[in-house]
Design a protein around this ligand. Sequence first.
Ligand code: 7PJ
Length: 358
Amino acid sequence: MAEVPTTRHYLRPIGALPASAAAGAASPAAIIVAGRADLRFAAAEVIERHGERVGRRIVAADVLPGQAGELAGLLEDLCRPREPIAGLTLERARIMGIVNVTPDSFADGGRYGETHAAVAHALQLEAEGADLLDIGGESTRPGAEPVDVEEEWRRVGPVIEALRPRVQARLSIDTRNAEVMRRAARAGVHLINDVSALSHDPASLAVAAETGLPVVLMHSRGDPRTMQQKPVYADVVLDVCDALEARIEACEGAGIPRSRLIVDPGIGFGKTLAHNMALIASLGLLHGLGCPILLGASRKSFIGRLTGVKVAGERVMGSVGAAVAAVAQGAQIIRVHDVKATREALTVWEAATRGAAA
Ligand code: 7PJ
């Protein structure tokens, strides 16, 4: 018997209301996203997918609550205030600074050089305004080869241990490996960031649940070695949303509640330039999953494609542009290399949209 396709709904908040518009008034004419008074929208694009058919309509905020069925639950997930993550409240965007612990270029055979460099870099990112520090020892860039778990821990372990007593920023472990998650949790990290959304290592769902830590579920297609080989989606935004919902449900089944999960569309992971742009343009649709949103666009190759800047380290301005686009849609965590530039841009953007300093 042919499978009957199910109908799924999606809500994308559109038409951001300026802070000054009837601020404080209890108004059904605004959709308040993720419990944030600063994140109010005048309408929603209601998307309905039934098999290959996708219907779209725009529904004004004041008539949206009257919609029946799946939409009512979706609206509730969209609007519900988010729980703090690792003790950080999410009423404004938080910056996650990237700390890569890459192999030692020093010829002493030891690890002192790379540990020292990573710790110094992390301390600098915190001083520049990072709320979180994401520590990773395995490159997951397109084409990268996997790293042995023991080697991965030799890279990140000493960095976590050195930073833990010295920083206020929350520490995040960027890994796909359950054993690294377990050791990092023991060493005191506050958050797990897994580019495979806890699917790479069969043990990671159970281990992540056991740690009790919040987890970033990033969407990716295939593994880093093969992911850029002709990715195809029916509708990239809806497909990524569905795949993230499936991983959220897998986590819930393993005992990790939705309130401890963060979703991320995985820019550049099994996506073309067009896919990446569609995902950033519709990022706000992911609020319907009921979790905070993280975006990692920093220095990625799509920015090079758009701007012509070939050297990754020189893609700062483009990266800041992507961060502002994400924050304007209510993304709660922005993962970046260039913390100082991002912090300055977001401070000005926030004050300028609020219409008041600080
Ligand atoms: C991401 C990540 C991302 C999350 C990397 C790079 C590639 N983790 N790890 N989101 N990207 N959550 O930074 O260019 O986009 S590694």
